[in-house]
Design a protein around this ligand. Structure first.
Ligand SMILES: Nc1ncnc2c1ncn2[C@@H]1O[C@H](COP(=O)(O)OP(=O)(O)O)[C@@H](O)[C@H]1O
Ligand SMILES: [Mg+2]
Length: 166
């Protein structure tokens, strides 16, 4: 028996309010082979990757990225670690993506990170917590501009958005 299934979304026009955030798989995440795992958690949640790059971040860029921590005792070791090897930078888009990426990432200190979060599943030490995600809309705008040119960000529609968003 052949079952015909047809869903016609053609007369539905939706406008999605999407935020953008900056996400980094830190050098420890790359070394530990977690790029795919992390990207897959982002994608399966329904979020959209609109830019993606692997590079070794320049020291000046790392200092600018973490400038809010300039006066902290861990600043120099943090910068040194972030530039110690390749990391993967992304711009991720979606409804409430800033908050959702923070929740997916888990608490800064892995000892407080809930199992099921990236940090709660894959890390033990605060200086090796495998992922960065912007913590506010101001930080997201600032960090995206630090790491990406406008022309590197791809504002495309994805076919599954009609199912993901109400
Ligand atoms: N007390 C600390 N000792 C060592 N490293 C720290 C400490 N606090 C924060 N870090 C490192 O600096 C990064 C930036 O800190 P913060 O902005 O507070 O956390 P988050 O990455 O969750 O936004 C953290 O992800 C962590 O790797
Ligand atoms: Mg932070």
């Amino acid at each position: 028996m052949i079952m015909e299934l047809s869903i016609d979304y053609s007369d539905i026009v939706k406008v999605y309010r999407m935020e953008q955030t900056y996400v980094m798989v830190k050098p420890d995440g790359v070394q530990r082979g977690l790029i795919g795992e992390i990207i897959s958690r982002i994608e399966r949640r329904g979020l959209k990757i609109i830019s993606l790059r692997m590079n070794v971040i320049e020291e000046a860029t790392a200092k600018e990225h973490y400038s809010e921590h300039e006066t902290k005792p861990f600043f120099s070791s943090l910068v040194k670690f972030i530039i110690s090897g390749p990391s993967v930078s992304m711009v991720v888009a979606g409804k409430d993506v800033i908050k959702i990426m923070r929740t997916i990432s888990g608490a800064t200190n892995p000892v407080d990170a809930t199992p099921g979060t990236i940090r709660g599943d894959f890390s033990l030490d605060i200086g090796r917590n495998v992922i960065h995600a912007s913590d506010s809309s101001d930080a997201a705008a600032r960090e995206i501009a630090i790491h990406f040119k406008d022309t590197e960000i791809w504002k495309y529609s994805k076919v599954d958005e009609v199912c993901i968003y109400e």
